[in-house]
Design a protein around this ligand. Structure first.
Ligand code: ZN
Ligand code: ZN
Length: 419
């Protein structure tokens, strides 16, 4: 069995792993990354030789490159039902925003969706000489890890994963003794997340304080997962004030609500969405800014989306707050707001008077969870991907110093690894 790392090598973005045996040739994820709004792709592979494409989850850094394989062929796409539906939503939006830079069009996306075969979490299936199982990854609804056996070897590809329970999802269960190899993400390889319950309490008391003083809390959140997780937290803690939800988060919510099987507590998801006011017009948007309450809207890093309208309307008033709940990539408006307390209002950068705070509602494992995962699997080979190269190097040293693993690889793009 041979693993070729085509992307996410020493970086977060454009995840792509090729797995070959003498009989099979499959691809796991084929995402994109962005540099200056221009999508970057993993190393190319020929679609004609592929037996199947397996997709861990819908985020564009895992799914965004897949339509390229449907320009000249129709390989089978394997993922959970909700992953297929959310990928369609996100790639459609990508085509709308970046079609100029993309080597595919809507037709390829249509063919990709037509070629998709939904597989349930925990189901086992055969792909030529490989036996594959999709397992809950706890990252976003529908996200899965791949456990693969073939050629006398056992391999786990985690994709993006989270082992702690969140309001929406069960944490990933890691129980795979004696793996030959694990391909594991390291987004937060050097970062320790705070206790989740404590974060929720801080968040709720901060929200309640602003709303009881007559202010508005604007929560920029990713459309898929974070917006709904935050909504569930707000509802479960019975927060004060009206809760509005806007933008593409509503489309993702509709898909979530149609797929009850994927959730830890579907009734919480349903009740939280019933309580929320779904904003559908500019008059409703303006109305939401006129009274104390909570507004959840994408984008999570304030790059585009309806949230920009809400920030412009509310940020000058010190009674209000902007609570960031997503990771903020450097040089994004969200990162600027966090670092300098400033925002670009119609071409002019100004100081923001509203309170600005960041809450760590991460959907990735932190350092402790990653170490635990590797320990539990006893993997002979640890292949670290989906992380900053320097941070992965530091993490590798910890694994060696604590004698958790010996054969640890931080691959370069294009590197082939024999198992
Ligand atoms: Zn992800
Ligand atoms: Zn990712």
């Amino acid at each position: 069995m041979k693993v070729t790392v085509l992307g996410a090598a020493g970086e977060i973005g454009r995840s792509a792993i090729q797995l070959t045996t003498s009989i099979s040739n499959i691809l796991m994820d084929y995402g994109i990354s962005f540099s200056k709004n221009e999508p970057k792709f993993p190393i190319p592979v020929s679609s004609k030789e592929l037996d199947a494409i397996l997709l861990t989850h819908a985020h564009l850094d895992h799914s965004g490159g897949i339509p390229i394989f449907y320009v000249s062929a129709k390989p089978r796409l394997i993922a959970t039902k909700i992953t297929i539906e959310i990928s369609e939503l996100l790639i459609k939006d990508l085509i709308k925003l970046s079609s100029y830079y993309l080597p595919y069009e809507s037709l390829e996306l249509i063919n990709m969706i037509k070629s998709a075969k939904p597989i349930s979490i925990n189901a086992n299936f055969k792909l030529k000489d490989l036996s594959v199982q999709l397992l809950n990854a706890g990252h976003i609804p529908g996200s899965s890890m791949f456990f693969i056996e073939g050629d006398g070897k056992k391999l786990l590809y985690t994709g993006d994963f989270n082992t702690i329970n969140t309001k929406m999802l069960h944490g990933a269960q890691i129980n795979f003794p004696s793996l030959d190899a694990i391909i594991i993400e390291g987004t937060y390889a050097t970062i320790e997340h705070e206790d989740r319950t404590k974060i929720e309490h801080d968040f709720i008391s901060s929200v309640n304080e602003v709303v009881s003083n007559g202010g508005i809390v604007v929560i920029p959140a990713f459309s898929v997962g974070r917006a709904q997780e935050v909504l569930c937290v707000l509802h479960q803690y019975n927060v004060r004030g009206k809760i509005y939800i806007d933008g593409m988060a509503k489309d993702a919510s509709n898909i979530f609500l149609d797929n009850p099987d994927f959730f830890r507590d579907y009734s919480l998801l349903l009740e939280a969405h019933k309580r929320a006011i779904w904003v559908n017009s500019w008059s409703e948007r303006k109305k939401a800014c006129k009274e104390p309450g909570i507004i959840i809207a994408p984008a999570g890093m304030l790059k585009g989306g309806n949230v920009r309208f809400y920030v412009k309307k509310t940020a000058r008033n010190e009674k209000n707050a902007i609570f960031l709940v997503s990771y903020q990539v450097e040089d994004t408006p969200g990162a600027m707001l966090m670092k300098n307390g400033t925002y670009n209002f119609r071409g002019k950068t100004e100081k923001v008077n509203a309170k600005v705070k960041w809450f760590d509602f991460s959907s990735h494992c932190g350092n402790k969870e990653l170490l635990h995962t590797i320990r539990m699997t006893g993997a002979k080979k640890v292949i670290l991907v989906h992380g900053d190269k320097n941070k992965l190097e530091k993490f590798k040293k910890v694994l060696q110093d604590e004698k958790i693993a010996e054969d640890i690889i931080i691959p370069d793009a294009g590197e082939e690894i024999s198992l």
